[in-house]
Ligand binder design. Structure first.
Ligand code: CA
Length: 489
C-alpha cells in the first residue's frame, strides 16, 4: 500500500503551499459521475423507495455533501466544466451535443486528466463522453477517431460516444469503434427525429438515425455491466501505480433498460431500478478496491452530472418511467425544479467522497462544484495549477479534509440552468430575463427572484422586493463574474 502515515497537518500544509507531495502521498482518484441522478435519489439523501446500500455505506465511511453542484443543469456543459475548470456558459458550442459533434475541448489546454498525467498518474475514462469526437462535424466513426480523450490527457478510453439515446450505439475504445465490420460502415443522420421509424436501434428510438455498424451495436441491458467491467479492469491494470479514473455511467439516463437482475427491484419503477443498478456499479468498484487493497489509498467520489428528472418524454414511457411507476419517489428531495432548471433541483446533486484517514467522515454543507475538481485534484496531486488554467476552479480540498465543520472555499457559485443564477451565503439570485426562452415550467422569471436557502430550501418565497440591495449587489457580482472571464483568484 502507498498510504502515507504522515499526520493530517502535513497534508494541509503541503497542499496549501502546492508543494510537491511525495509519490507515497498521492492517492488514486476515481471520479464516478452518474447521469441525471437527483438530490433525493440515494438512501443516504432520503430515498426510501429505492435502495442504495453500497452508496449509503460509502457515505458512512466518507463525507456526504449537502450543497454540492453540477456546473450545469444538463450533460455536456457539466462535463466540459469538470474537464477544464471553466464554466461552460463562457464558451459557445458547449450545449448538448449530437453524436456527430467534433471534440469541444481543445487539445493542449490544461484538463483534469492532462494535469494528473503530468503528475505521473495513469489516466483513464470509461463511460459516457458527450464532449464530441474528431476534428470536425460530422464525426467519421469508420477510421481512426481523433482528436478525442487521448488527445486531451487520457491514456485510455472506453466510450459511449454521446448518450444512450443518441446514435451511434457502439463502443469506442481509444481511437476505434469496437467490433466494426469495415464492410458495414457507420453513417449517421441527425435530421431523423427520435420516434421516427428510422430512428430505432435495438428496438429503442434514438435521436439520429444510424445506418451500418450492425456487428458493433451495444446491447442496452448490458451497458452497465460492460462499463463497470472496463472500469474495474482499468483499476486492476494500474493497481501498482497512481491512477485517475473518470467513470461516467450511462445510468440513470434514458433509455432506462436495466439488466434483468435489477428489473423490478425498486419501488419506483424502471427509474428506481436503474438507480439500484448504478448502486451495484458503485459496489463493484468498492469491492475491487477492497480486493486489491487500494481502499486506504484511493479518493473515491460519487456524484451526478445534473439534477433528477422523471423524463416521461424519454424514448417512451416504458424506458423513462411514469408518474405512476415513480410511486411518489422524491427524486430531487425537497428541491424545486428538475434537470435543465435554474432552481436548485437543476444542479444540486449528491456528492460523496471517501479517502480513509484523510477526508473526514460525516456531512458537509460547504458550497462546492464539479468545476472545482481541476484545482482540487491539482492540490491532491501536488501539481501546481498554471495561472491561466481552470479560470473558475477553486481548491475545495480544505472542505474535504476538515477537521472543523463547513469550511467555505468559494464565496460565489454560478448555477447554470436555462438562465444563470448566483449563490452567495444563504442567498440565491435568479436575475430577471425579459425575453425568456425555454421549456414550459422551466422558464426564467420575468422579474428577479431571491431566495434564502438556509430557511427556504424549496425556493418558495421570493424575497427580492424586500431585499433590493442584495439583489442589486448580487446582480452586479454576477455581471462581474461574466465579464472578467474568470472567477478564481
Ligand atoms: Ca445528464
Amino acid at each position: 500500500m502507498r498510504t502515507s502515515l504522515a499526520p493530517l497537518g502535513f497534508f494541509i500544509l503541503a497542499f496549501g503551499a502546492h508543494a510537491a507531495a511525495g509519490p507515497s502521498a498521492r492517492p488514486n482518484i476515481i471520479f464516478m459521475l452518474a447521469d441525471d441522478v437527483g438530490y433525493g435519489d440515494f438512501g443516504c439523501y432520503g430515498a426510501t423507495k429505492v435502495k442504495t446500500p453500497n452508496i449509503d455505506r460509502l457515505a458512512e465511511e466518507g463525507l456526504r455533501f449537502t450543497d454540492a453542484h453540477a456546473p450545469s443543469a444538463v450533460c455536456t456543459p457539466t462535463r466540459y466544466a469538470f474537464m477544464t475548470g471553466e464554466y461552460a456558459w463562457r464558451r459557445q458550442g458547449t450545449g448538448i451535443l449530437p453524436g456527430t459533434a467534433a471534440l469541444i475541448v481543445e487539445p493542449g489546454r490544461v484538463t483534469v486528466p492532462s494535469l494528473l498525467r503530468s503528475a505521473d498518474y495513469a489516466t483513464g475514462v470509461v463511460g459516457k463522453w458527450h464532449l464530441g469526437l474528431g476534428p470536425q462535424s460530422p464525426t467519421d466513426y469508420n477510421g481512426e477517431i481523433k482528436p478525442g480523450p487521448l488527445e486531451i490527457g487520457f491514456d485510455y478510453a472506453w466510450l459511449l460516444p454521446a448518450t444512450g439515446d443518441r446514435t451511434p450505439c457502439v463502443w469506442v475504445e481509444d481511437h476505434r469503434v469496437v467490433g466494426l465490420d469495415p464492410a458495414d460502415p457507420i453513417t449517421l443522420d441527425y435530421t431523423v427525429q427520435r420516434g421516427d421509424p428510422e430512428s430505432f436501434v435495438n428496438g429503442i428510438p434514438r435521436i439520429g438515425k444510424q445506418t451500418g455498424g450492425k456487428a458493433a451495436l451495444w446491447k442496452d441491458e448490458e451497458i452497465a455491466d460492460v462499463l463497470t467491467g472496463k472500469a474495474v479492469a482499468f483499476i486492476e491494470r494500474h493497481k501498482d501505480h497512481p491512477f485517475f479514473l473518470y467513470f461516467a455511467t450511462h445510468d440513470i439516463h434514458v433509455p432506462r433498460v436495466p439488466h434483468p437482475r435489477f428489473r423490478g427491484g425498486s419501488q419506483a419503477g424502471v427509474r428506481g431500478d436503474v438507480i439500484q443498478e448504478f448502486d451495484g456499479s458503485v459496489g463493484e468498484i468498492m469491492a475491487a478496491l477492497g480486493r486489491l487493497k487500494l481502499v486506504d489509498n484511493t479518493l473515491l467520489i460519487v456524484t451526478s452530472d445534473n439534477g433528477g428528472v422523471l423524463d416521461t418524454n424519454g424514448p417512451d414511457a416504458v424506458h423513462g418511467g411514469t408518474e405512476e411507476t415513480n410511486n411518489g419517489h422524491a427524486f430531487n428531495g425537497p428541491l424545486r425544479g428538475t434537470k435543465g432548471s435554474p432552481y436548485e433541483g437543476g444542479t444540486r446533486v449528491p456528492f460523496i467522497v471517501r479517502w480513509p484517514g484523510h477526508v473526514r467522515r460525516g456531512t458537509s454543507g460547504a458550497l462546492i462544484c464539479h468545476v472545482d475538481m481541476l484545482a482540487t485534484m491539482a492540490a491532491i496531486a501536488g501539481q501546481p495549477l498554471p495561472g491561466d488554467a481552470g479560470p473558475d476552479s477553486f481548491n475545495v480540498l480544505p472542505a474535504l479534509l476538515g477537521p472543523e465543520g463547513d469550511r467555505p472555499c468559494r464565496e460565489y457559485l454560478v448555477e447554470h440552468g436555462n438562465v444563470l443564477a448566483l449563490r452567495k451565503g444563504p442567498w440565491k439570485l435568479i436575475p430577471a430575463r425579459p425575453a425568456a426562452k425555454g421549456k414550459k415550467g422551466k422558464r426564467a422569471p420575468a422579474s428577479a427572484e431571491l431566495y434564502n436557502l438556509a430557511e427556504d430550501i424549496g425556493e418558495t418565497k421570493n424575497l427580492a422586493d424586500q431585499n433590493t440591495e442584495i439583489v442589486a449587489g448580487m446582480t452586479a457580482a454576477l455581471n462581474r463574474i461574466r465579464e472578467q472571464g474568470r472567477s478564481r483568484p
